[in-house]
Write a protein that binds this ligand. Sequence first.
Ligand code: LMR
Length: 408
Amino acid sequence: PAEVVPQAPEDPLFGLMRAYKADPSPNKVDLGIGAYRDDNAKPWVLPVVKKADEIVRNDPEANHEYLPIAGLASLTSKAAELVFGASSPALAEKRVASVQAISGTGALHLGALFLAKFYKIAGANRTVYLSNPTWANHHQIFTNVGLPIASYPYFDKSTRGLDFEGMKATLRDAPDGSIVVLHACAHNPTGVDPSPEQWAELAQLLKEKRHFPFFDTAYQGFASGDLDRDASSIRLFVEAGFELVVAQSFAKNFGLYGQRAGCFHYVAAPAPSAAETTTRVASQLAILQRSEISNPPIYGAKIASIVLNDPALFAEWQDNLRTMSGRIIDMRKQLRSKLEELGTPGTWNHITDQIGMFSFTGLTEPQVLKLREEYHIYMTKNGRISMAGLNSRNVEYVAKAVDKVVRE
Ligand code: LMR
């Protein structure tokens, strides 16, 4: 095939990371990749993860054997409780099939592959609706398995909030039975989430249209600092009786980025045959998993499992999550107030209104490029900034640079 393979463009986000690393400026600021940094701009190994890591290392029984195809059962069972709630009827009724995956991307891929193979409702279309904008990788994950994609409006440029009417109108006009990808919380890239009332309306609309919800949850514990609250959108849909799937990442909330720990969950709609349906689905997921990755990686899975299974460590994890989400909220406040002090043209309340790892600043592409070239501040071209890249020493520098480029 050599002569028919065209050169592909570099991944924009990883390209940005490379450019940042190569920049020799002492003033450089990385607001690109969505990875948590501490106040010294350094990656943060969660103290609870350090403890769990010690336990893994000191286990005399530990080895490097294969995990089962569906992964580490002590992880997947607790991961399901984490997202659906320990008392979820779906769990009690054995309507959930959980498979360990290669973090969020692997879970999305497994789900996409599963739907590409089995989502064949007579006459229904299989179009996957993605929010506009969404995490860039969503587009290629679904396209790569041959599912057609479309988008629904999400971000309102004028309010820098949710375009709820536009979102509803498109989902209402979409063919019945479409697949709809929803960010459970802390929407990437906008930092804008529907309110609980809006989620309830969406559940009703998707039900009427018989759409299939595909949840992506990569920031549970990061949006509000409260694990239950950040899972409430998914729980609402499960309570409403949907058949749905969830891709769950432990990259951000455990800081296990490179360990690729995560889970894919399938939930059957409540029915007398639901447990049997779930068993059938699990058997097919196992075949897909085996042909794709054989079985998932063990190390990060063990760490997450230890934390999720030990009440004291779990409590400490919640504390660590509050440290991360608290610092991010503090940076939002500081960036906003510095811009307001400078009298930077425009309104900046959206910086504190938005939640999670990112803020969609509203900066234009030329402004973003100018910030990169003249001030060595790196962010994605759509104006998204990773709030975790800000700290007490660079927030003023960033605010002043933004002020300058906005006035030019
Ligand atoms: C991001 O959006 O920055 C993160 O989710 C990292 C990634 O893999 O794209």
